[in-house]
Design a protein around this ligand. Structure first.
Ligand SMILES: [Zn+2]
Length: 235
């Protein structure tokens, strides 16, 4: 996967800024995988979307992710250091557009959720249950007991391992163990936004100093841009 040039990052940031988080994920996945038909992206299994977002993240910003999570028991802020290769390691074959895999478990025929499914249940009080009902092709999800629900969950996890990027975390302060969810779309968006704002500032400084156009400045390699910026003096 290629790193996005600065001009494309700015364009994506501009197009995504006013959109819902799920639409941003679709926008970023389309940028990551121009070989996928754009109209199919909302209907691909979430694991394929997450894989494309993580690969884009790695191409643009490298494989290491430094983040943090707050311990739900004591509030301690915990540092997270992740490697995208390890996150992607759980993936089997990435889904080709149009894939309609499903599983039979606990009397249900269920398919892997997509961005379109998440959008459809986003406003439901019990979104997890609504999502399952939404993705059930045959059977009655409302009749399942907890053990059956757990079996369905495990089945879906095996079907599409990257759909749910859950990380096991243990608090260094109180020992509380928990799972934290990594939102690949939000992660990529936050970094894209930070990079877009950095680029705009660089364009502003170099345009002010040299009178170059935005296109000329963005066409410079990052190393040249940094060298010229250093010559314009402290910001
Ligand atoms: Zn804690």
């Amino acid at each position: 996967m290629r790193a996005l040039p600065g001009s494309e990052m700015l364009s994506l940031w501009e197009r995504g800024a006013a959109r819902h988080a799920l639409d941003r994920s679709a926008l970023l996945a389309a940028a990551a995988r121009p070989d996928w038909p754009a109209e199919d992206i909302a209907d691909l299994p979430l694991g394929a979307i997450n894989a494309s977002l993580l690969q884009l993240r790695m191409a643009c910003f490298g494989p290491r992710i430094d983040g943090h999570a707050d311990c739900p028991a004591c509030g301690e802020r915990l540092a997270l250091a992740l490697d995208v290769h390890e996150l992607l390691g759980a993936a089997c074959e990435h889904d080709a557009p149009g894939s309609t895999r499903g599983i039979e478990v606990a009397g249900l025929h269920v398919r892997a959720p997509t961005l379109r499914d998440l959008a459809a249940v986003a406003h439901e009080a019990d979104a997890a249950r609504a999502l399952l009902t939404h993705c059930t092709l045959a059977g009655d999800a409302s009749q399942l007991d907890d053990a059956a629900l757990q079996a369905v969950e495990q089945g879906l996890d095996a079907l599409d391992p990257l759909a749910d990027l859950a990380l096991a975390l243990q608090c260094v302060a109180c020992g509380h163990a928990d799972l934290v969810q990594l939102d690949a779309g939000q992660l990529m968006w936050d970094e894209l936004e930070a990079q877009a704002l950095r680029l705009l500032r660089e364009v502003h400084l170099l345009a002010s100093a040299y009178g170059w156009s935005e296109a000329q400045i963005l066409a410079l390699t990052p190393a040249r841009r940094a060298s010229y910026l250093a010559m314009t003096g402290p910001p």
